[in-house]
Each structure stands twice: as structure tokens, then as C-alpha cells.
Ligand binder design. Sequence first.
Ligand SMILES: [Zn+2]
Length: 447
Amino acid sequence: MSGADVNLVLRSTRVVTPGGTRPATVAVADGTIDAVLPYDAEVPAGARLADFGDDVLLPGLVDTHVHVNDPGRTEWEGFHTATRAAAAGGITTLLDMPLNSLPPTTTVDHLRTKRQVAAPKVHVDTGFWGGAIPTNTKDLRPLYKAGVFGFKCFLSPSGVEEFPELDQEQLARSMAEISDLGGLLIVHAEDPHHLEAAPQRGGPAYADFLASRPRDAENTAIIGLIAHAKRLNARVHVLHLSSSDALEPIAAAKREGVRVSVESCPHFLTLTAEEVPDGATEFKCCPPIREAANQDALWQGLADGTIDCIVSDHSPCTTDLKTPDFASAWGGISSLQLGLPAIWTEARRRGHGIDDVVRWMSAAPAELAGLTRKGAIEAGRDADFAVLAPDETFTVDPAGLFHRNQVTAYAGKTLHGVVKSTWLRGVRIADEGVLTGPTGRLLERNS
Ligand SMILES: [Zn+2]
């Protein structure tokens, strides 16, 4: 310990470190982790001690897939409400998706607008993905220089007209440009031709909706994406994997050295098609929640490392857009505040430990985005933490969520794991659901 500068010491019998979970004392100086010390290390004179007993001290979660929708669709969400929900849920860093806000993050000017809007509102550290659309190949380089963490594209319609999808030729062109920058392309991978060919019956039946977004649409898009990445030696990331059939080609590509990474989401890993009531479009997202057997295979993909990380894909809207017709309802699931307990509940049931959850929800997303100061409790990283009571349970009451719209597929579920407090750069920003003012910073790539 460097001694004089340490102003905060956190202690728990269960501190999740890269080397495992153990009793430890964490010394913090000026918002940065100074040292991870033995449990009974002496507290320096003048330092404040926060002793969490047997509650788990874990690195703050990093959620690289959040649709904040601000400015432009702030009735859906916004930087204030989204980052408050994040803080309450143990997330200390989030990356905002480039679409559903107006403007979308497809030019440097648009990025500037978003940063100006976000700056005074963020309760957690916040960064931005850029967007790759058919018309902005020339904007990718300046956007990257301006600090976006990489670029998102769609291969099928995104749901909003200002963010069109790329065809295969445009995909190859954007990927080559981004690869040339040394950047990362993150992809909504559903093949438009398979979607067009699928039966589009509409209506309230979940089975019909599921049939309209078949696994083959994902599988085909992912296999094509891997082929492009291999040919261009580009770095690509598969967003929100739902189809477990794609695990095998992804695993094979990884073995071959193709630079592909993969995320899945709490809804694919904790909810099943079998349980979605007809008309319950709070469960609608694209790709869709699939069958229980598919979910088992996704967990196997997490266990064997084919899936790298778990992020929310929090994509809210107003209540009126969740009509009971699965074809016309807005697709997107709200879960920013609930991801940690939802995943922890299912992970522990399947025999995983909290170390696994921290790897999937903090370390791996931080690594994906190149956030070298986030994602681990070790010296030199930001003093970002969540304190979790892993055995306590609660029942999800939508009224208790900080999301702008309290629509959630998790309503009424009893979950394990209560987030007691959240710390950002050594300051407690959430304490038993009570939040401080916004002290988050805007992040740029490599910052
Ligand atoms: Zn998304």
C-alpha cells in the first residue's frame, strides 16, 4: 500500500478478484484501486473503512449494450433514467448504442450532440458506439478518432428508418474500413432473406412470432459474418446471440483464429419461449427468446467459452408501443437494473459461481471495449464496485425500477441477489436504492 494517499478501505470475506474470490481488504486512493491486501490488513490512519461482512464485493458491471435513446426518443428512456437504473443494478460503466436516439451516432456532429446531452446527466461512466450505415463509410474514421468504441451495424431492418441495414457488399466495405482503423465491428446478425421467407402471421401468439424469426436467419448471418472476418482478418462481435445452432460454427471459427467474439443477454439465458403468455409483448425482442433446450445449449456455450459475455441489450419503449400484436409491437426488453440478479439466479441454479458471473458481466465486456481501467478488482483499475447480498431474494416490482418506463418481462419474478451498494471511482453512488447526484464521466476509447 502506498500509505498516505489511501482514503478509503473496503473489506469483505468475499472479494471477487481475477485470482478468485477470497477474504480481502481493498485500498483506494483518489478513485483508483491502490492495492488488494490480506483481510486483516491495517487500515491507514485517516482512511474510511467500509466493511461489508459476508456480502460479495465485486467489480462494477460493464454493460456494453444499452439503448439510451437520448436525445430524440427520451420518452422511451434517457441518460438520467438509464444511468440511475444502471447504478441501482450494480453497473458502473455502460456503452450506448448508436440507434434509437435522434440523431443516431453516425457522424462526429451527432456524437458531439449526444455527448453534450449526456454529460450533465450520467450517474455511471458512459461511452458510445458509432453506427455503420450504407451512407457513412467516410464518417467512420473521424468517428473513431473522436473516441467511439467501435461500430454497430445491422444486416436486416433495424426497426427505425434513420438507421438502415448493410447489404453484404456494404458490410464488406465497412468492415474493411473499420479493420483498417484497428476497430471493432459489432453486428446484429439476422439474415434478411431468411426473415422474408419465414411465415409472418402476426397476432398475439408467441409461437407465431418465434416462427417469424427462425434460427436459420441468425445462423446464416453469423456464418457469413465469420467468412468476411476471416477473409479480411477483421475483428467482429456477434450481438445478442439467441440461436444455439450458431455456437458450433462460432467455436470452430475461434479455434481457427478468426477474431470473433460473442455476447448473449439475460432474457435468452433466463426466460423461455414456453413461458411467454400470448399477447405478452414485453417479452418481444429480435432475435427472439427461444425454447428451454436452446437456453440449455447457450449456458453450455458460456461454460465452454464460446460465448464471451452477457450484456443487457436494454431497449425500452413507452407502454403504448407494446401492443398485444407481436408483429407490430416494439421489439426490445428492459432489464438494465435486473441483469445481475437475473443471471445470478440462473447461474447458481446451474452450478456456476459468482466468479463466472463477474467474468461474463464485468471482465469480458470491459475487455471487448478495451476498457483497461474497468472490469477487475486489482491495483491500478478504477475503484468501481458493486456489493451484492447473494443469498437474499426479492420479487421484481416494476414500480421499483428506475427505468423511464416500468415495463419489464421480469415482473413478479423472485430473484436471488440484492445489490446493496454501488461505487464509482471510490464514491458510493447507490446505497440500498438511494442514489446520489450524477457523477459519471463520459468515456472515450483508450481513455
Ligand atoms: Zn440492441
